[in-house]
Design a protein around this ligand. Structure first.
Ligand code: THG
Length: 369
């Protein structure tokens, strides 16, 4: 792989794990929330195979937390999302589309409820903090909003339970999907959730003390030697197969949650106070006219989709592809795109304009699982 170098500076923040990541031989980084996000160690294909077979430790410190605390915290959170938060339990994480007053997606974070009046919003790549601070100031809400120095470390893969049990004890096995427990590591309580940006299962540890980063990393690697633990990161191939969306790539402020296939996370009727509620109630009546779909693109392996690739049918543009990669397991190029309703049915044949020329492709209603 040959690529230009990334000039490091204070704007591109390091993480508590950066030293260990470099020592592990990271080969490529991306930047996410103004922070380093390791993306490749061996190669995308080798990292993918290993993630699906063993267990990986991921520096996902770039999943920054926006902390909201104070008497108006719960009310403010419900303003941000059309997902009904009224029944959220104290040990829960919710996948929460967040929208502006037009119903446009601003971010798709996980929200963790830490107390009745305290939440972490674990953001995707957009400066959600500014929007939240604007609402707080404009509406004179009684909350504090900031970005505490909390750095998630993910443990992902089929052997994640075994590795985590060795470091945190067997109680981690009892943590249910999208729930968390507070567990001690070296005498310090850490939030440990069963979540993560892969479909292989695993956990995320919210490291809220910089100095714990390297000891935790080292403990996981020491405990996991015979499990073949390795450093990894969110894997492009695996996340496209599984249909995990990437904000800024697969969706932007131009899209509603319904277009993104996130309608199942919206209870707009009962999400009283949501800033985008009126707009979303209106679009929910008619339904979206384009929606996220999975695609299989025929032919040789394609490079990553750095830009939009137009999708055509009978010479007319009917959508675009926003993410693509060669899948070794499905032996085709797997892709995510936004497709107009006239062509979004399962099995519809289309053509995709790639940098390697026009390719035939098939629209799919389910992801590759
Ligand atoms: N973990 C944490 N923070 C994050 C991410 C994460 N912030 C950035 C980014 N990822 C936010 N986006 C997503 C997208 C998908 C999922 C999580 C965060 C996800 N989705 C599952 C799915 O679609 O199958 C499950 C959703 C559900 O059933 O509730 O996991 O990964 N801390």
């Amino acid at each position: 792989m040959s690529a230009p170098l990334l000039s490091l500076s204070r704007r591109i923040r390091r993480t508590p794990f950066s030293g260990r990541v470099m020592a592990s031989g990271v080969k490529a980084y991306t930047v996410y929330n103004h922070m380093l996000l390791p993306s490749v160690f061996e190669s995308p294909e080798e990292d993918y195979r290993h993630l699906k077979t063993d267990v990986q430790v991921w520096d996902v410190a770039c999943e920054r937390q926006v902390e909201v605390r104070g008497p108006d915290a719960a009310r403010l959170l419900q303003m941000l999302t059309p997902r009904d938060l009224s029944k959220m339990a104290m040990d829960q994480c919710y996948y929460t589309p967040m929208v502006d007053e037009t119903g446009g997606m601003l971010n798709d974070p996980l929200t963790l409820k830490l107390a009745e009046d305290r939440f972490w919003v674990s953001i995707a790549d957009s400066d959600l903090l500014f929007w939240i601070k604007g609402l707080v100031y404009g509406l004179r809400l009684e909350v504090d909003v900031d970005e505490p120095d909390v750095s998630p470390l993910a443990v992902q893969g089929p052997k994640a339970d075994d590795l985590m049990a060795r470091v945190f004890g067997d109680t981690v096995r009892d943590i249910r999907f999208f729930r968390y427990a507070t567990l001690p590591f070296e005498g310090h309580d850490l939030v440990v959730a069963r979540s993560g940006y892969s479909k292989q299962g695993g956990f995320e540890i919210y490291v809220d003390q910089w100095d714990l980063g390297e000891p935790l990393w080292d403990a996981l690697f020491a405990a996991g030697e015979d499990l073949n633990v390795r450093a990894g990161g969110p894997n492009l191939i695996e996340r496209i197969e599984g249909g995990l969306l990437s904000y800024g790539n697969d969706m932007t402020r131009e899209n509603t949650p319904h277009e993104c296939g996130l309608g199942k996370f919206c209870q707009t009727q009962t999400a009283i106070g949501c800033v985008g509620r009126d707009a979303l109630l209106r679009v929910a009546v008619e339904g979206p006219v384009r929606q996220i779909r999975s695609l299989a693109i025929d032919g040789e392996a394609l490079g990553p989709c750095g830009d939009l690739w137009s999708v055509y049918a009978n010479g007319k543009r009917v959508g675009r592809v926003t993410s693509a990669a060669w899948s070794p397991d499905f032996e085709t190029n797997v892709a995510i795109g936004m497709i107009r309703m006239t062509h979004w049915d399962d099995g519809t044949k289309v053509e995709v304009e790639t940098p390697d020329g026009m390719r035939t492709a098939t629209v799919r209603e389910s992801f590759f699982i």
